[in-house]
Write a protein that binds this ligand. Structure first.
Ligand code: FDA
Length: 392
């Protein structure tokens, strides 16, 4: 079969690219080895797909080249995607911090993309893996599970390594290497952190305890959001966010109550409630089980009147600056994204075309561009897919 554009991967980036190329009158085939398109879209945002973030800025993306994402993000903005969502009459709402979610189901986003594909004449084949890719004078010769395809342009939209059970594979990286592209080391991002040994034993039974607002810090990076103790470690948005910046051995600090000066507050409590025990006082601003555990592990619980000012100051400081020793992450099994990937040095930031091989494109998560939690990763998929679709 001959097509103008062959897209490998029917996820967020691949489908957007196919739509835009199809609308330009290009004949487009999308192949995916999974049995359904857009599996990650379907499972995203707890089934409601956090499809974009109105606060998108290049600073919200990690990449060896922090400038790379700028061009594509500026040319296809959250408002462009919102316009598409509104055209399809999909109801949505802002949850917090610019995060937009479907009111009903992420199925509607997949339906929308498939309807747009159909209108643009895009053909999609699922359960169709790719066996071999060869460059020819006219473009590419691709052997798929459903036969041979000759394509002028080849778009690699195979995503990252997270959630292998959803079809994730390292195929895009292999293809990049085959054509001489560098692939930067990959690791799990937006992922729960694990504790081990005595650190795990100390907090294990707090599994399920949640703090509505914490601040996690690694180096100059910090995030304010909720946190959750799990059986194996820590999770929740502030942990997932900082996990993308944390690597084994890095100093990770957690402020358990960033909105209140706890030292000053404890001094006030000493005057107001001199007979109250520290663990009960702390239980007013932290989850009770956590307050109790910290009093067992970090400082004795005595009636407030027995503390000197310097002691309360030190307790406050410890609560604002917990040096947590994480042993690792839960890995690709539960990670939302993959950090690293195809080196942007070899790709044009305006078209996503390879600088080494004419007609070859890389889009979405397979590229070394990874966003924060909160709709940033889909916006990168839409924007990079759109950029490639305009020229492929
Ligand atoms: P994506 O992974 O979507 O698609 C790649 C496609 O390529 C898949 O369909 C796969 O089957 C196919 N493929 C892989 N190898 C292949 C091969 N060898 N041959 C053929 N096909 C192949 N982001 C966000 O912004 N908001 C959110 O709410 C969430 N929520 C979320 C929840 C969970 C649980 C996860 C795991 C991830 C998220 N994300 C997210 C991240 C987001 O899902 C992710 O960044 C995008 O889906 C990336 O889009 P891509 O199209 O690049 O890859």
């Amino acid at each position: 079969m001959k097509v103008d554009v062959l897209v490998i991967g029917a996820g967020a980036a691949g489908l957007m690219c196919a739509i835009v190329a199809g609308q330009r009158g290009r004949s487009v085939l999308v192949v995916d080895h999974a049995n359904k398109v857009g599996k990650k879209i379907l499972m995203s945002g707890g089934g409601r797909c956090n499809f974009t973030n109105t606060g998108v800025t290049p600073a919200a993306y990690l990449s060896a080249n922090p400038h790379f994402a700028k061009s594509a993000l500026a040319r296809y903005t959250p408002w462009d995607f919102i316009a598409l969502v509104e055209k399809h009459r999909i109801a949505y709402h802002e949850k917090e911090l610019g995060q937009l979610f479907c009111d009903e189901s992420s199925k509607l986003i997949v339906r929308m993309l498939l309807d747009e594909c159909a209108q643009a004449g895009v053909r999609i084949e699922t359960s169709c893996g790719v066996k071999r890719v060869r460059k020819t004078d006219e473009g590419f010769n691709v052997v798929t599970a459903h036969g041979e395809v000759h394509a002028q342009s080849l778009v690699v939209a195979t995503g990252g390594l997270s959630i292998p059970s959803m079809g994730a594979s390292g195929f895009g990286y292999e293809l990049a290497r085959q054509f001489g592209h560098a692939v930067l080391p990959t690791r799990a991002g937006l992922v729960p952190l694990t504790l081990s040994g005595k650190h795990q034993e100390r907090y294990q039974d707090l599994s399920g305890v949640a703090l509505p607002l914490t601040e996690t810090r690694v180096g100059k990076h910090s995030f304010r959001a909720g946190m959750l103790f799990t059986h194996r470690g820590l999770s929740g948005p502030s942990i997932l966010q900082i996990s993308s910046y944390w690597q084994a051995g890095d100093d990770l600090r957690i402020d358990l109550h960033p909105e209140r000066d706890l030292a000053a507050w404890l001094q006030e409590q000493r005057v107001a409630r001199p007979a109250a025990e520290l663990k009960n006082v702390l239980g007013d601003v932290l989850p009770r089980r956590l307050a109790q555990r910290l009093c067992e592990l970090w400082f004795e619980s005595r009636p407030m009147r027995q503390y000197r000012e310097a002691e309360l100051k030190s307790i406050g400081e410890q609560l604002h600056d917990w040096p947590i020793v994480a042993s690792g992450t839960e890995g690709y099994r539960t990670a939302e994204v993959t950090l690293g990937g195809v080196d942007t040095d070899g790709i044009s930031s305006s078209t996503m075309q390879s600088k080494l091989v004419n007609g070859l494109y890389f889009i979405g998560e397979v590229v070394d561009v990874t966003g924060w939690l909160g709709g940033y990763n889909f916006q990168w998929a839409w924007a990079s897919g759109h950029a490639a679709g305009e020229v492929a």
